[in-house]
Design a protein around this ligand. Structure first.
Ligand SMILES: [Zn+2]
Length: 327
């Protein structure tokens, strides 16, 4: 795939317009109010975004960013286009590595935590390159935050942590924005949703899944959080800043989905300490409203429902780094 200079400029301008609108929105008092403490983290992540170069079908990142910086690479792709990763996306950023090692420390790593890191994840970049892209036919596919995942089975490495399970290590996130013909800029709610996934990958770069059940639950949980943030930006997009009136919701707008999911989540939010917890009631509501496609899980709806039923009967064991202290 070869891009002409003018095509690259178009992609660059598309990303710039979206990120500028997003950062602009973050400065409004009503945005800050709506986001509460989440505003700071989102602003910080958005400020690190830069337009990555595409060379010979691969995303390139300047050497100085490759390991040490959390700077977020952003690319704009047309539906159906695919891209290959490069070295920077096949290793963790410095911060992710630091957090992963700290999590191992917290779990009572039997070996020095750095050695556990090397033992679990081995060679940092084995030369493998992953491919990412956008579904060419789904108009609701407005963007996607992706990370290369390393998956390793672990047994008895920690004193206080999970005894055995599958360790998932998330590497440097990449933000892909869909650039369909005629569209000038990505929507702010798309950026809000996807930046939430970026933040999740940076804040919880290692997850140990002790069962299939925990893994499915975790997937939906992170999705519900992203819809929560996306819905805030969607309603801000509908708000006329001068008249302070909301435009009507247009159901064919992909952003409306963010709102529908969030309304249902709030309605069935039964646990104040765990707002994104998947529940049987919420699943039933998704089914009734034909929204089950948001469950990005390997399992079909009925299997997923039975997993949640089981989880509601006994607490799911899922250890992740999201609550770990960073020092
Ligand atoms: Zn998502």
């Amino acid at each position: 795939m070869l891009y002409t200079p003018s095509d690259l400029r178009q992609r660059h301008a598309f990303i710039d317009r979206g990120m500028e609108a997003f950062l602009d929105e973050l400065h409004h008092p009503e945005t800050k109010r709506a986001l509460g403490e989440l505003a700071t983290g989102l602003t910080a992540t958005a400020h690190t975004a830069f337009v990555a170069n595409i060379e010979d079908g691969a995303i390139t990142v300047p050497d100085e960013y490759a390991k040490h910086s959390d700077a977020l690479a952003v690319v704009a792709l047309r539906p159906g286009e695919r891209l290959q990763t490069s070295h920077a996306f096949e290793i963790q950023t410095e911060t992710q590595r630091h957090k992963t090692v700290n999590t191992f420390k917290k779990w009572g790593s039997l070996l020095p935590p750095e050695s556990t890191y090397n033992r679990v994840f081995g060679v940092e970049d084995d030369g493998h390159r992953s491919t990412f892209g956008l579904n060419g036919t789904d108009p609701a596919m407005t963007g996607i935050a992706v990370t290369v995942l390393s998956e390793r089975r672990i047994t008895e490495l920690f004193l206080d942590g999970p005894p055995s399970g599958v360790a998932f290590m998330k590497k440097r996130p990449l933000l892909i924005l869909a650039m369909p013909k005629g569209k000038r800029a990505p929507e702010i709610d798309t950026i809000g949703h996807e930046l939430t996934h970026v933040k999740q990958a940076l804040q919880a770069p290692v997850t140990i899944i002790t069962s299939q059940k925990a893994s499915e639950m975790n997937q939906l949980r992170i999705e519900l959080e992203a819809y929560h943030i996306g819905s805030i930006f969607y309603s801000l997009r509908l708000l006329n800043k001068k008249t302070r009136e909301l435009s009507p919701v247009n159901s064919s707008d992909p952003g409306a989905l963010q709102m529908y999911i969030e309304i249902l989540r709030k309605e069935y939010d039964t646990d104040p300490n765990d707002p994104y917890k998947p529940s049987v009631l919420l699943m039933n509501a998704f089914k009734e409203k034909n929204l089950t496609h948001i469950i990005h899980s390997g399992a079909d709806y009925d299997t997923f429902l039975s997993i949640i039923k089981q989880a509601e009967a006994d607490e799911a064991a899922c250890y992740d780094a999201s609550n770990s202290e960073d020092s």
